[in-house]
Design a protein around this ligand. Sequence first.
Ligand code: ADP
Length: 513
Amino acid sequence: MAKKKAPLRVLMTFSEVAPFAKTGGLADVAGALPSALRELGCDVRIVMPFYNRFVEKIAKKKLSLENLLVPLGSQMLAADIYYVRLDDGVVVYWIRRDEFFDRSYLYGTPKGDYFDNFQRFTYFSRAVLALCPEVKFKPNVIHAHDWQSGLVPAYLKHLYGTEEYWAETASVFTIHNIAYQGQFAPELFSLTGLPANFFSMDGMEFWGGINFIKAAIVCADVITTVSPRYSDEIQTKDYGQGLEGVLQANRSRLFGILNGADYKEWNPETDPHIAANYSRQNLEGKSICKLDLLREVQLPERLMNRPLLGAISRLADQKGFDLLAVVLDKLVAQDIGLEILGIGDDKYHKMLTDVAHRYSEKVSVELKFDERLAHKIEAGADMFLMPSRYEPCGLNQIYSLRYGTVPIVRATGGLYDTIQPFDPVRGQGVGFRFDKYEPESFWRALTEAFAFYEQPETWRQIMQNGMAMDFSWKSSARQYLDLYEKALAGKEKAADSGQEAADSRQQTENRRQ
Ligand code: ADP
């Protein structure tokens, strides 16, 4: 009998993981992809920071080890490691150092980033590598995500890769949003402990400063983005945020895999947060959800028969609220309702508060993070707005499809990849899309949607087309698994060609410095 293949050991590093700590889509991915990989037979473990405010509540966690010594510059700073095995078998490790992670927010307050984010996430990334031998987990693949884990592939390649323990570990890095790069002053470089020559054009130096995401791009064996369209877009000047050249130069290692949706969390048939469950076959519950939402956010019940538009979003420049601001007067001149749930930049808080005061009969704005209300909006709204300037993947439009809430989106990144425009001739398509980031184009898409809303039969068809779409994680997880194998094969090939030997010598040299 053939010997059973050992499970692939995958270590995932995230700065946020649902349900433990979340600011956006990264946490949703972190909460679902590990489990989907586990179902495909991988041994998956997650490492994340111990944010006291969120993690302290988790009753089941256990202390794994105390006083893990992690270098930061010339100091050795101790961390305590906690862990839990989740019901699906995935193990989560938390790195606890209160000086860095006992804060009110994850990355900064509404006024700006924390002053020591460089130290916080350099420490986190280095702790990931220090942790593994101590908990006796030897990953085949380390899969790091976003700038907060950007130094993980760099540490693996330039500091730890020579150790036998790490010699066969491949690194994969996923860019969830190229706009957040982790840029810091050059003086901080020495704290990383990386070799001096890594602070160069071919390394993590970027316009004279430090750039974490660039470090990951040049070091990871495989780079991915969260939609195929976005992987192309970021190689252009309009979307690359200055890193388009670096991405082009590394494009043979760059792939796009669309995020999935966690239908255990986002499914109107089973959702415990909504007023009534419903399905594609039986949509009755959806109007109960609409009434419930109108009452909850104190919009008039007469809007029951009018289009109710919803948006749930970080309030950041990326998300298109400046476009919304331009069309708003025209929009509220229509007989519609608008419910916005969001938190983020002060300027959008002010703008939206003002709008909600001016049009209190039609517009309601909730400036907070509220998971429960997010579910109620997905279920209760008729249309979902995502006029993003750019959108690496976007999850809310995918959730909206399942809830029969028709997305109106700008044709960019994952929004382009997931929302096929409705074609009345063939009766196909799931939403409305506009190309140019201009108010006129947005307005055209809105009025197109309003016109179809007046045709109940057609509208139901659009809703049901969307509800039939399946973006479950399984197929995306399979694609990641293929890439892990590719990364490992690439490493083996490099080792065979002897290139590794030369690298090794260099790394040994680096560690001595
Ligand atoms: P991004 O990662 O850019 O913020 P995504 O669409 O990929 O955007 O993911 C956003 C996730 O965060 C969704 O699960 C969405 O419901 C959630 N979310 C965003 N803002 C809020 C909020 N104010 N309250 C509750 N959930 C929110």
